[in-house]
Design a protein. Structure first.
Length: 126
């Protein structure tokens, strides 16, 4: 069974390798310190900044994450949620983890009252 929770400070040691895997896929290399600073900014102010979700398998191993940023849409004059990041460990792909993370992102946006939802995921890995 997969569980999905909002990432908190104690999750950062497990979240960092997932973020690194995401960055490696896109062939970018922000420092670990910069990635952790972003995560900590989200943890410190989830109502304003956004949040990260971490997925864990039945044994508690971190197997995926998604990041939602809160923003505005001028064309709709409304708040929106943007899923900017979605990553699942290669061994867990095809098991429904990505779909579960997406569903949780949509639900988090919906409970905030976001009128629109935008997914910025544009590439898929193997």
């Amino acid at each position: 069974m997969t569980t999905i929770e909002v990432a908190a400070e104690p999750d950062l040691p497990d979240l960092l390798p997932l973020m690194r895997g995401y960055c490696d896929f896109y062939e970018v290399a922000p420092s670990d310190e910069a990635l952790l600073a972003m995560s900590r900014a989200l943890i410190a102010d989830p109502a304003r900044e956004g949040l990260q979700l971490i997925a864990r398998d039945a044994q508690g191993k971190a197997i995926g994450f998604a990041t939602i940023f809160w923003s505005w849409s001028t064309s709709h004059a409304a708040r929106i949620g943007i899923m900017n990041d979605l990553f699942v460990e290669p061994a867990a792909r095809g098991t429904g983890v990505a779909e579960a993370l997406i569903e949780e992102c949509v639900e988090r946006a919906r409970t905030r009252g976001e009128k629109y939802w935008v997914s910025a995921v544009i590439e898929n890995g193997p």
